[in-house]
Design a protein around this ligand. Structure first.
Ligand code: NCD
Ligand code: ZN
Length: 345
């Protein structure tokens, strides 16, 4: 049987929520990954160190003791974030970045930033104190077509931030376009990007052909095939600017299968296996370890992991659902389908 052994990977972009949902999803992540960057878009959002430490504790309590898993915390930038918040974050070993959500760009982003110019003093403090900025890179202008929102954000917003703060470390999260790939490739080493499994595996036909398929709906939305190909090329290139961030974003099934369905794909249950599928299809399994286990840690200036995991090439069927409460459930990406790679217990 074909097998591959990798240094244990980390997930550099993850939503785990709270309460019952947290308890359902966290061990799916912890069985594969050593660390994960935990997104702060709760309601209300995680905006200061004290809230982040509480949330970190809730995550640790929900994690099975058999796993050695560390949640890396992130603060949510709002119009009210202060320079003191940045200073406190930079002093806390638990906090690893700030996340910028343009207000209204995605799930739970209504507290996001409305005027980027107004938070320039915050960017200046982050640059000075070496705190990374994680960016949801989409404009929210209702006039801009949803398929163009990432490209326009890069042209109008991200390139301006980068020009004003050339030493600010920035991760352009969950890139979905060849425009984003090009921007990151051409930028200096302090600019990097995460790539999700769904954007490597699917194009926008997955959402729209043969009926509307809400479980493929996430933001930024899946794009056309040429963009998917550019992402696969970037992820499998061995370029350390591109690394693993699942953006696994669980929502209850009935909130996705809905006349106004939530954005987010649930991939954490088999994240490393889904990436293995994508890299295998591209004939680039030898590039998976750098992408999944080295480059993100290097960018975040954290030590690489030393444990290992092994994946076997063997077919298994994805469950249709995972139970969340007695009555409610979660539908995973590829529900009911066959995956070809399996993590060894
Ligand atoms: C995320 C969520 O549900 O929190 N949804 C998504 O479609 N990716 C938010 C985000 O990362 O944009
Ligand atoms: Zn996300």
């Amino acid at each position: 049987m074909q097998q591959i052994t990798l240094t244990q990977p980390d997930d550099w972009h993850l939503h785990v929520r709270t309460g019952d949902m947290l308890k359902t999803v966290i061990n799916h992540t912890a069985r594969q990954f050593s660390r994960a960057i935990i997104m702060p878009n709760l309601q209300p959002p995680v905006t200061n160190v004290a809230q982040a430490l509480n949330y970190q504790q809730e995550i640790q309590q929900a994690t099975s003791r058999q796993y050695n898993f560390t949640p890396l915390m992130v603060l949510y930038l709002t119009n009210a974030t202060t320079v003191e918040d940045v200073q406190q974050a930079s002093l806390s070993p638990a906090i690893h970045a700030f996340k910028l959500y343009p207000a209204g760009a995605t799930t739970n982003s209504d507290q996001g930033v409305t005027d980027l110019n107004a938070i320039y003093p915050i960017f200046a403090a982050m640059e000075e104190l070496n705190v990374p900025l994680l960016v949801h890179g989409e404009v929210t202008d209702p006039e801009i077509d949803i398929f163009d929102r990432e490209r326009v954000f890069i042209e109008q917003k991200l390139s301006v931030i980068h020009q004003h703060f050339p030493d600010l470390r920035i991760v352009l999260e969950h890139v979905t376009t060849s425009d984003a790939v090009q921007f990151v490739q051409q930028a200096p080493d302090n600019i990097a990007a995460t790539i999700t499994p769904q954007h490597l595996l699917y194009n926008r036909n997955a959402i729209l052909v043969g009926g509307i398929k809400p479980h493929y709906y996430c933001l930024p939305i899946l794009k056309r095939e040429t963009h998917r190909e550019a992402l696969v090329k970037a992820a499998t290139s061995g370029n350390p600017k591109f690394f693993l961030g699942t953006d696994s974003a669980p929502h209850l099934t009935h909130l996705k299968e809905n006349s106004c369905g939530c954005a987010g794909c649930y991939s954490a249950y088999a994240a490393i296996e889904l990436y293995a599928e994508a890299f295998d299809k591209a004939g680039a399994l030898d590039k998976l370890e750098g992408f999944a286990s080295f480059y993100g840690a290097d960018f975040y200036q954290l030590p690489r992991n030393t444990q290992q995991i092994t994946l076997e090439k063997t077919d298994w069927q994805v469950p249709e659902h995972y139970p969340v409460t007695e009555k409610e459930q979660l539908t995973p990406l590829k529900a009911g389908e066959i995956l070809h790679w399996k993590l060894q217990a």
